[in-house]
Design a protein around this ligand. Structure first.
Ligand code: UDP
Length: 454
């Protein structure tokens, strides 16, 4: 049981059990606590490994529930069952918190939830409580889904036509690879389920008389997308990102010193950092192409390659010896700390939204290597709107070429005009991101306004 000081406002913040959802949710919880809220943070037990051990805040209470997959989902075939259980067990947990908090004289006053947890709004309605979606992807992606579910669906019918493109309010001209992958027709049950869940979010918002959404983005970055929907108020409160120095270490991460010492030994802006986040495991063929590009560049690199306990001899990269001479390959790092190191020159990223906000806030330019979900849209924004990076073609299908990746690395790391422009833009966004969250900045004001309205 949580013992904590009772505060006037008590929020339940509930989130999907993945690192990319937990990180921005924990940081939002921190900010709400700092603004005087009491927060009960709830997710499933499998997410415990994503919550730093050192995480203890005076008014942040954790309630972890079992969803039947306490070790995380091991078999992709279980994805739909996992998703259904998250909902049924999660709803029960949230209901219990509401009832027991009221009995203890500490009633819940608002529920905040992230993507795929639209059922929290139903639970809230059942108790006559307000609820709010906390959207942890870009506003641009939110707007694409909004228009897809609100009047524009037919315009996506010819998506497979190579000349197809779409212009939606507040967004640049989009081609098929720029769309969130769940919109692209697929035979995969998980995609269908994800799209159905997203639709429920938008249905819930359209039945809300005063719909507002908290968004992990900031005004300067996504002004047009944030203002593109008349019927909704999108409150940009970001970048809500993990701070390595405050949040401590990931459980499985025990060698940060080694990486920082290694970075300390490198020249300013000389290192390529390569990471594909927490969910993506690239096939060996793609890893070989990336390895080829890194070796050809001759530059030092820090490459995050997740441990595979079933790895066989034939899974090993062919040029491992040479790679280890030139770079450092580790299974995990404290990314925010790495990105803020002066040795960093470029981030080869899958364009997860947290990684993207972290690299924007650190002023590090990017080679965009999107794979799925919101990443194609983010890569589009990076290359054509924010202009902080270049995109590897064909990465979604794994159809990549080492020489092209090498060219992208040279464009970003080289001495040419393009590299200078990317670095200049990256610096600009770094300053604007930091401005937004400062006391009095736009994101700070939006979050404070949300709290005061409660
Ligand atoms: N992360 C990290 N160290 C790693 C890999 C990832 O700290 O070695 C963190 C990263 O900083 C980010 C999160 O994990 O906050 C990944 O979220 P993102 O949205 O970028 O990608 P996802 O893993 O959800 O695809």
């Amino acid at each position: 049981m949580c013992t904590m000081e009772h505060r006037r406002q008590h929020i339940i913040l509930t989130t999907y059990p993945a690192q990319g959802h937990i990180n921005p949710s924990l940081k939002l919880a921190d900010k709400l606590v700092d603004l005087g809220m009491q927060v009960t943070f709830t997710t499933s037990i499998s997410a415990r490994r994503f919550i730093p051990k050192t995480y203890s805040k005076k008014s942040l209470c954790f309630k972890l529930y079992s969803d039947g997959y306490d070790q995380g989902i091991q078999n992709p075939a279980d994805a739909v069952d996992f998703y259904n259980k998250l909902k049924s067990y999660g709803a029960k947990c949230v209901e219990e918190i509401i009832v027991s908090s009221a009995q203890q004289g500490n009633p819940v006053t608002c529920l905040v939830y992230t993507i795929f947890y639209h059922w929290v709004a139903e639970v809230a309605r059942g108790f006559d409580l307000p609820s709010m979606l906390y959207w942890i992807q870009p506003a641009a992606v939110f707007a694409i889904y909004y228009y897809y579910f609100n009047g524009y669906k037919d315009a996506f019918d010819k998506i497979d036509d190579p000349s197809w493109s779409i212009k939606l309010p507040g967004l640049p001209l989009l081609n098929k690879p720029d769309l969130p992958s769940f919109i692209i027709p697929s035979s995969q049950d998980v995609y269908t389920k994800a799209l159905a869940s997203l639709k429920q979010h938008f249905d819930a918002l359209s039945s809300d008389p005063m719909p507002k959404v908290l968004i992990n983005s900031f005004e300067d970055l996504e002004h047009h997308a944030l203002k593109s929907i008349d019927k909704l108020i999108l409150l940009a409160v970001g970048p809500v990102i993990q701070s390595a120095f405050l949040d401590g270490k990931h459980d499985s991460f025990d060698n940060s010193r080694k990486q920082i010492d290694w970075l300390n030994s490198k020249g300013d802006s000389s290192v390529i950092y390569v990471s594909f986040g927490t969910m993506i495991n690239l096939p060996k063929s793609e890893m070989e192409e990336i390895a080829k590009a890194l070796l050809k560049s001759g530059r030092p690199f820090l490459w995050i390659v997740k441990k595979n306990k079933d790895e066989k001899e034939e899974d090993k990269l062919s040029c491992m010896d040479k790679l280890e001479e030139q770079g450092l390959i580790v299974p995990w790092c404290s990314q925010v700390e790495v990105l803020s190191h002066k040795a960093l020159g470029c981030f080869v990223t899958h364009c997860g939204w947290n990684s993207t906000l972290e690299t924007l806030a650190s002023g590090v330019p990017v080679v965009a290597y999107p794979k799925w979900t919101d990443q194609g849209t983010i890569a589009k924004m990076i290359q054509d709107v924010w202009k902080t990076g270049v995109r590897v073609n064909g990465s979604e299908q794994g159809n990549v070429d080492g020489d092209e990746i090498y060219q992208c690395l040279e464009t970003v790391m080289g001495r040419g005009e393009k590299a200078e422009e990317l670095r200049r833009n990256a610096e600009k966004w770094k300053d604007l991101a930091r401005e937004a969250v400062k006391h009095g900045g736009t994101s700070y004001k939006h979050l404070k306004g949300f709290v005061e309205e409660m």
